[in-house]
Write a new protein. Structure first.
Length: 462
């Protein structure tokens, strides 16, 4: 049996967007499931739009998601000599040819076809044929190389996602495979690469379905073994339109900054277009165990921020507190608040994580430990009343002398409410408003114990 080899082949013309991340996940999980290999290839032949910054972001997103690759990153622009070699072989074999049409001639060709109500296509001027005399090679024109697509027959494949697909060769024309500047086009480079890298299964977005017939024909022209193709439907935004830069954050790194955990992101992405029964939450190991290419959805999945937040909340609850402390400290740093990722911050994460969906929300809560709080006028007026101020002063007095731990703080609060004939909330809420800047928190003794005593005393004395 041949080894399964899959790849992800992003173009570095922007960040790694969610659709590509999902395809990467499927490709990775498929290779891991079958004990195969996963390759990362950077398709940087769009030289004008490719940037190093984008390459860096792609690599960083793959690292963050934990999608480890066995080979790569392989850069197409470092493989030009190989593409030229294959081009020469194809020209010699008659499956590709140089075309000297100028842009003006192609324009005129197009205009003529439009005027006659014909489909727009290359008319075969430079395509060799037995007995055909080609035009004289014009001086000063750098040719492109075109693929001599078969004129008859049908291209068919059994798509791993969509099932059987067929396209008549009449529908497609002679594609440009090498530009005048010597840089290959996507449909050609992708075939040479998938062939050289012995890729057995290609998962990609279904915007590429129209390219696949050309690619299959080029594979055949090269006598190269054909991989299986699986075209995943697009991801729709929560407005039902295609997820795009303009609608919501769609880069993977934006979700890292937004306080999502990579394991939650992977879990959520996996469920966008794939299912394993009714399972909503699963580990990456479980996914690898289950992901055999079946149960891939044929119809587009919809991005659901509320569901992603729910999935993330489930993972936050289980996350190690020391790890969360590191993530929260990083979120604080983004806000210009310096917070050490120490045991105290870990304990604070443990206390608050159940009520948060993201580490951003966790940082919203925990900022009170590191930066001044600003209770609202409303809360102050409603809870920090003249009637309760003597009790607050008495509590402050007790706390200044107490051992600084949860039990002693709890005792100080109990003694104070006993002395002042108050109910617990009548004291606990104003304490929260003053110390935490809000009226609701987890158990007040536990919350206070994580502050420095001096901070609590200072905030109570206002
Ligand atoms: N560079 C192409 C893209 O980013 C790759 C498509 C493919 O996987 O073949 O869409």
């Amino acid at each position: 049996m041949t080894t399964v080899r899959t790849r992800i082949a992003p173009s570095p013309t922007g960040f790694l967007h969610l659709g590509t991340a999902r395809t990467a996940l499927f490709s990775w999980a498929y290779a891991r499931h079958f004990g195969g290999q996963f390759v990362l290839r950077i398709e940087d032949t769009d030289v004008a739009r490719s940037t190093q910054d984008s390459v860096d972001q792609i690599l960083e997103s793959m690292r963050w998601l934990g999608l480890d690759y066995d080979e790569g990153p392989i850069y197409q622009m470092q493989r030009l000599a190989r593409y030229h070699e294959v081009i020469e072989q194809m020209i010699a074999a008659g499956t590709a040819y140089r075309c000297y049409c100028t842009p003006e001639e192609l324009e005129a060709m197009k205009a003529g076809q439009e005027a006659r109500g014909e489909k727009r296509r290359y008319d075969g001027t430079w395509r060799p044929a037995p007995g055909k005399v080609l035009p004289p090679v014009p001086a000063g024109v750098s040719p492109v190389v075109r693929f001599a697509n078969p004129e008859q027959g049908v291209v068919s494949w059994d798509d791993l996602v969509k099932g059987p697909i067929s396209i008549a060769n009449e529908e497609i024309d002679d594609l440009i495979i090498l530009r005048p500047d010597g840089v290959p086009t996507y449909n050609f480079a992708v075939v040479v690469d998938d062939w050289d890298m012995q890729i057995t299964h290609v998962f990609r977005g279904d915007e590429h379905i129209n390219n696949t017939p050309w690619q299959i024909n080029i594979f055949h022209a090269l006598n190269a073994p054909l991989p299986r193709f699986g075209h995943c439907p697009i991801i729709l935004g929560d407005d039902g339109l295609k997820l795009s830069k303009r609608r919501g954050a769609v880069s993977v790194t934006a979700y890292e900054e937004g306080g999502y955990l990579p394991e939650a992101m992977l879990n959520y992405l996996a469920r966008l277009g794939w299912s394993h029964g009714d399972d909503e939450l699963f580990t990456r190991e479980q996914m690898v165990g289950w992901f055999d290419g079946s149960h891939l959805a044929k119809s587009p999945a919809q991005w659901d921020p509320a569901k992603l937040a729910w999935v993330n909340a489930q993972y936050l609850k289980q996350a190690d507190d020391a790890r969360l402390a590191g993530l929260v400290a990083a979120q604080m740093a983004r806000r210009g608040i310096s917070a050490a990722a120490d045991e105290r911050l870990a304990a604070a994460c443990a206390l608050f994580k159940d009520r948060c969906s993201t580490t951003v929300e966790l940082a919203d809560w925990l900022a009170m430990y590191f930066a001044p709080v600003a209770p609202t006028e409303q809360d102050l007026a409603a809870h920090v009343t003249a009637a309760v101020k003597p009790a607050l002063a008495a509590l402050r007095e007790r706390l200044s002398a107490a051992v600084w731990d949860k039990a002693a703080i709890s005792q100080a609060i109990k003694d104070t409410i006993g002395e002042h004939k108050l109910k617990m909330p009548q004291l606990a809420i104003p304490v929260r408003v003053l110390v935490c800047g809000r009226a609701q928190t987890p158990s007040v003794d536990a919350v206070l114990a994580l502050f420095d005593r001096d901070t609590v005393l200072a905030r109570l004395s206002t």
